[in-house]
Design a protein around this ligand. Structure first.
Ligand code: ATP
Length: 340
């Protein structure tokens, strides 16, 4: 059974269509990441699931029940935000215990203590339980915020960029932690981000959103190898996929209707000139240590590829390019050779 099922939901704010005819099923135990730029409608989608917003059309089902008209709070959902929203004057213990101490829940104090201690163990903050929230580092605060969701043991977690206010190192660390915790407790998570690395590393499936629409949903690998549009292709992978106008590729046979050819960096090899027809000129070489990013000028179009740091390449040098696995897109950016 799906834990969350959105059927054709739309939400408009005045002239802005924040979410358009979106359908999505989040399965039990799944880590589904909604990836998209600012304004794509990701947060609105989460708010529609919590009931903080009502859809104009469509329905929201949670654990098989239609909750579209139910008030927020009646749904068994925990929400983790980008901001930690802890109670600064309380200790870590009391922050974690807070959701369990609500009068409606009536959880006995020994059970609260047990749940809090278990959660703190899971999050590796057991040593901080007596600290005040204000005495924590950013990463610890975010662990506590995640912990406050975990203690309640809800059926679904919604997370809105929970790691985006942390520095890169902590983000990488908590990414691993969050994935570990999700697997350990078997949680169903719907996670919003604009960070493709978070999406690729944590998701069981990724949904790419743009302008209120869900463009494609699939496993990270499916999305990377088999994008349904040039937009999805360009959202996943660093450096970004090369997108060339078909007019520059007249030397190779293209499917009818091709407007754009997509070539991932790993599918563009640089070789010594050897009679081939795709000749590019090295524009700039960026040294990143374990590999180089090479920017090439091909008939006025800039392309980027990866190269071994030991490959001798000079700016201005002419090189032959070898392409494999090109993706073909039509004028609307839709994949032509798609197996999707
Ligand atoms: P971000 O990554 O910046 O949070 P997002 O993908 O989460 O972006 P949303 O916050 O869902 O996007 O917003 C989608 C669109 O709806 C935006 O154009 C936004 O300005 C608009 N919007 C969202 N909430 C409201 C509101 N309460 N009133 C008016 N417009 C809103």
């Amino acid at each position: 059974m799906s834990d969350v099922m959105l059927r054709n939901i739309s939400k408009r704010f005045g002239a802005v269509e924040a979410v358009r005819e979106l359908s999505l099923a989040v399965n039990d135990g799944e880590f589904l990441v909604l990836l998209g730029p600012s304004g794509a409608g990701k947060t609105t989608t989460l708010r529609l699931i919590t009931g903080l917003e009502r859809p104009d059309t469509g329905s929201v089902m949670i654990s098989g029940r239609d909750v579209t008209q139910d008030p927020p709070g009646s749904r068994d959902i925990a929400f983790v935000f980008q901001q930690y929203s802890l109670y600064p004057h309380l200790t870590v213990f009391d922050n974690l215990a807070f959701p369990l101490r609500s009068p409606a829940r009536r959880v006995a104090e020994p059970i609260i203590r047990k749940r809090v201690e278990q959660t703190a163990e899971l999050l590796h903050i057991a040593g901080k339980l007596n600290n005040r929230a204000t005495r924590l580092s950013g990463g610890e605060m975010q662990r506590v915020a995640i912990g406050r969701a975990l203690v309640r043991d809800p059926s679904i977690y919604l997370m809105d960029e929970p790691l985006s206010s942390l520095d890169a190192k902590l983000r990488a660390e908590l990414r691993l932690e969050l994935k570990r915790i999700q697997l350990e407790v078997g949680a169903t998570i719907l996670y919003v981000t604009h960070d493709q690395v978070e999406a690729m590393t944590m998701a069981s499936r990724i949904g790419v959103m743009k302008d209120g629409r869900l463009l494609q949903v699939g496993t990270p690998r499916e999305m990377y190898e088999n994008p349904s549009s040039s937009y999805v292709a360009s959202r996943l992978g660093t450096p970004q996929i090369n997108l060339l106008p078909a007019s520059l590729m007249s030397d190779i046979p293209l499917p009818r209707g091709t407007q754009t050819v997509g070539i991932r960096t790993e599918h563009l090899q640089i070789a010594a000139r050897n009679g081939g027809r795709l000749i590019g000129r090295v524009n700039r070489v960026e040294h990143l240590g374990e590999q180089n990013h090479v920017h090439l000028d091909y008939r006025g179009q800039m392309l980027v590829t990866l190269a071994d740091p030991h490959q001798p390449l000079q700016s201005g040098q002419e090189v032959e390019m070898r392409l494999t696995n090109p993706l073909y897109f039509d004028a609307a950016g839709q994949r032509l050779d798609a197996m999707v």
